[in-house]
Design a protein around this ligand. Structure first.
Ligand code: F6P
Length: 342
């Protein structure tokens, strides 16, 4: 078989580990050949490719990013996009595709699968908001990066008796904020799932600081919104999937906290630092297992599926399960974080 591989959407540590595993098992165990499609769905759409074999994958396991490049190109937003993808696959002799991506990339895979394209998905996102799998690769690395940052923020916050707001990624789901907030000992964790009450936040912080010099870390997900619905800033710009470019809640929140409490407050926006660099050992192993399972699914011609982690095992689920509903943070986990508020 000739198998195309692509990585779409925001990049994430572990993408290269998946590519390496797909190619290693595919070549070694099944004798398949590979074509690397460049820049997500743009690759098959514009016939942009690179050679892909075991030699091209040497040394990439610990490297962040993706050797294939990534984009948020959506063939369904381009005239004749799906037809062009199919034509180009046929012209290149590509029988099947491994699509590694999040909600948008796998959403396209799901639609194309409905149109007869042979595709298997691998769930990727630092946000961990894909259903069907207990965890996506990249999430563990992002959380570790945020926790390392929070540990550093603690010491400077303590020296100056300040409130430090740390804005993290997560536009619809607060997985990174919740995990990192619990692991980093945050005084407040604010997530998109539960609109926050700025009065409560300030009351918590005031109570805490009145007890003495208790520097506070407030972890806020980029998609968190205040109850009143008045504090979120966005440029209004949208990408190819119609997502509004976010940014600014951390700054607005810091200003509001300082104004209301009188405590000196600063903000740190971690941004793309959370997506860069080397994957943790956990993510390297998960990504490798996903890659192996994806090429197994291709070889078994079990198309229209996504590989997933459930109770420690790697299984296949229909692509629809991964993309139909966003996986938001379990309320029980939010309660754990809340226990340490203030
Ligand atoms: O989907 C992953 C993600 O990192 C989100 O958490 C974040 O909102 C978004 O990508 C940022 O996208 P971009 O890199 O296109 O600005």
């Amino acid at each position: 078989m000739r198998v195309g591989v692509l990585t779409g959407g925001g990049d994430c540590p572990g993408l290269n580990a998946v590519i390496r595993a797909v190619v290693r098992k595919g070549e070694q165990s099944y004798g398949h050949e590979f074509v690397g499609f460049l820049d997500g769905w743009r690759g098959p759409l514009e016939r942009r490719t690179m050679p892909l074999d075991v030699e091209h994958c040497r040394g990439i396991l610990p490297r962040g990013g993706t050797i294939l490049g990534s984009s948020r190109t959506n063939p369904y937003k381009v005239e004749d996009g799906p037809a062009r993808v199919k034509e180009n696959m046929a012209a290149l002799g590509v029988d099947a595709l491994v699509a590694i991506g999040g909600e948008d990339t796998l959403g396209v895979a799901h639609k194309l699968s409905g149109e007869g394209v042979a595709v298997v998905g691998v769930p990727k996102t630092i946000d961990n908001d894909l259903s069907g799998t207990e965890v996506t690769f990249g999430f563990h690395t992002a959380v570790q990066i945020v926790v390392d940052a929070i540990d550093r923020l603690h010491t400077t916050a303590e020296s100056h008796d300040r409130v430090l707001v740390c804005e993290v990624m997560g536009r619809h789901a607060g997985w990174i904020a919740t995990y990192a907030g619990i692991a980093g000992g945050a005084a407040e964790v604010l997530v998109p799932e539960v609109p926050f009450d700025i009065d409560h936040v300030c009351a918590d912080l005031t109570r805490r600081h009145e007890k003495g010099r208790f520097a506070s870390i407030v972890v806020v997900a980029e998609g968190a919104k205040p109850k009143e619905g008045t504090m979120v800033l966005s440029s209004g710009e949208v990408d190819a999937f119609g997502h509004v470019r976010l940014g600014g809640i951390g700054q607005v929140l810091a200003e509001e906290i300082e104004k209301r409490t009188g405590f000196e407050t600063r903000v740190t926006v971690l941004g793309h630092i959370q997506r860069g660099g080397t994957p943790t050992a956990f993510d390297r192993v998960l990504a490798t297992r996903f890659g192996v399972a994806a090429i197994d699914a291709i070889h078994a011609r079990d198309f229209g599926t996504m590989v997933a982690l459930r109770a420690g095992a790697i299984i296949r689920v229909p692509l629809a399960e991964g993309v139909d509903v966003l996986k938001t943070v379990d309320p029980e986990l939010l309660e754990v974080a809340e226990l340490f508020h203030g």
